[in-house]
Design a protein around this ligand. Structure first.
Ligand code: SF4
Ligand code: SF4
Length: 493
């Protein structure tokens, strides 16, 4: 018998006086933690991932999930999580997998940036009484006039839903986000898993991805889109490919991806036809030719050490939009060591890229989209002041749909109907409810952005783009301030 040292991470606590043995928790937990046998409730704590589904749906609030009380001796170097990871690898001999984004306590630069406000000399603006302009256009804006070969895409607000592939998330997630994007005049993104035919009607709001695996890429896919995005990398796993486990490749996912059902969908680390900027330029041109120069072509890369040089090359290769995904970007599945230790923060990458493209006089050639850990409207405003034209959000959108950040998306057993293709679980997310919640989130952020801009005395988002005078750093060293291109709190000018 294999020896395992793994103890449960979480403990399910049931208040016996409140539990009415209705069995809701038994039905709701895909990890089979709860059992009802001969009138007795018992739990298998080892399988609990703290997704909070049973807690939320228990009609008598009888349940609570706590950290398992097994205490290791206090050790700030060998933390309980580190010890558990070693036990797990000693059990399995395999790579540790993880879902969602990097949870480690690296510095958040967004939390070290403060926003400006108008006082006396430059009056603030009341967004309830005066028009505030959040309209954003993305694409190549260089040259004396817009040529027909430089299509722009117009958004009502500078926030889009980021790439999540069908297969890594349920079809109901795509239905929710596509409807919300349509209602809000913005874009959603298919990710690398193709576009389900049910969603062709949302083509005017769709960014379709062309990734290294070329899943689901065919002429109708390219045509049924507003923007085509070449995915080179993503923040959660820079430099490596993708892997959708066969267990999530249902018949429907397989049809959409054009691969056999129940087989692992592996996207290679590099595109096998891209080994240089010239190769990338060729793919960009091919996609433009294939779609009659009617759609902006985006390139998505992960934020890495030499991101500004990469950005310059991508712009010169003819990309209309450059999406940069910081190291907090999420995923359905990634090797934990890559997710947690590779890449750089989006704030740093963005500031560097915006400065480099301005210095080279090519900033107007390409729109910048910031992704990877945008949590609220203040992060959006800060990203735009650092140089972004727009942002992508994914984790925040999934939280709006019910995600509780248990980070077990790779198991396919998401109890909230999000990171799963199991029909019984997928149907837990009602796309009408999901669309309304995602739309509400965007609406709320839209109001808040207008309020923040009003406080700054700015009535058009264009005046905020790359306007780093609206930012001040707090708790940052001189080098960090210099890289971000912002002054310290208290510095005038
Ligand atoms: S995995 Fe989720 S539903 Fe299952 S017991 Fe734990 S918190 Fe409850
Ligand atoms: S999507 Fe589902 S599995 Fe993934 S973190 Fe959220 S609740 Fe957990």
């Amino acid at each position: 018998m294999a020896l395992t040292m793994l103890a449960p991470v979480f403990k399910v606590e049931r208040e016996e006086g409140r539990c009415i043995k209705c069995g809701v928790c038994v039905q709701q937990c895909a990890n089979e933690v709860h059992q009802l046998e001969s009138g007795w409730m018992w739990t298998n704590d080892e399988e609990c991932v703290a997704c909070q589904r049973c807690v939320s749906l228990c009609p008598t609030q009888a349940l609570a999930i706590k950290e398992y009380p097994l205490s290791f001796r206090v050790n700030s170097h060998w933390t309980p999580a580190t010890i558990r990871e070693i036990y797990a690898q000693a059990d399995s001999g395999g790579v540790l997998l993880a879902g969602m984004g990097n949870p480690r306590s690296y510095k958040s630069y967004f939390d070290h940036l403060l926003l400006n406000a108008s006082q006396v000399t430059n009056p603030s603006i009341d967004p309830l009484r005066e028009p505030m302009e959040l309209n954003t256009s993305l694409g190549n804006k260089s040259g004396p006039s817009q040529s027909s070969e430089k299509p722009l895409i117009s958004l009502r607000l500078p926030i889009m839903f980021s790439a999540m592939s069908f297969g890594s998330v349920s079809l109901n997630v795509h239905k929710s986000l596509s409807r919300a994007a349509n209602a809000m005049g913005t874009l959603w993104n298919t990710g690398e898993g193709g576009l389900h035919p049910d969603l062709f009607s949302y083509k005017d709001n769709a960014v379709v991805q062309v990734a290294s695996g070329r899943f689901g890429v065919h002429p109708a896919y390219l045509e049924n889109s507003a923007v085509i995005e070449i995915k080179i990398g993503q923040g959660a796993k820079p430099g490596i490919g993708g892997h959708l486990p066969g267990a999530k490749v249902s018949e429907e996912v397989a049809r959409t991806r054009m691969i056999p059902a129940w087989s692992d969908a592996i996207s290679p680390a590099p595109h096998h036809d891209i080994y240089s900027i010239e190769d990338l330029a060729q793919l960009i041109e091919s996609l433009k030719v294939a779609t009659g120069y009617k759609k902006p072509i985006a390139v998505k890369v992960a934020a890495v050490h030499n991101i500004s040089a990469i950005a310059s090359g991508v712009a010169r290769a003819g990309a209309d939009i450059l999406a940069i995904d910081g190291f907090r970007g999420a995923t359905g599945a990634a090797p934990m060591r890559i997710r947690d230790h590779v890449g750089i923060p989006i704030e740093i990458a963005l500031a560097q890229v915006d400065s480099r493209l301005r210095d080279e006089g090519i900033r107007q050639q390409v729109s910048l989209v910031a992704a990877g850990g945008i949590r609220n409207s203040a992060d959006v405003v800060k990203a735009i002041a650092l140089g972004a034209d727009a942002v992508y959000i994914a984790t925040a959108a999934l939280i709006a749909l019910g995600c509780h950040l248990c980070q077990m998306c790779f198991t396919g057993k998401c109890n909230w109907g999000i990171a799963t293709t199991r029909p019984d679980l997928s149907r837990r997310l009602n796309p009408e409810v999901g669309a309304r919640r995602a739309q509400n989130l965007l609406q709320a952020w839209e109001h808040e952005i207008k309020e923040i801009m009003g406080a700054m005395g700015i009535n058009a988002i264009d005046s905020l783009r790359g306007n780093r005078l609206m930012l001040r750093g707090i708790g940052l060293g001189p080098e960090e301030l210099q890289i971000l291109g912002v002054k310290a709190a208290g510095e005038e000018g």
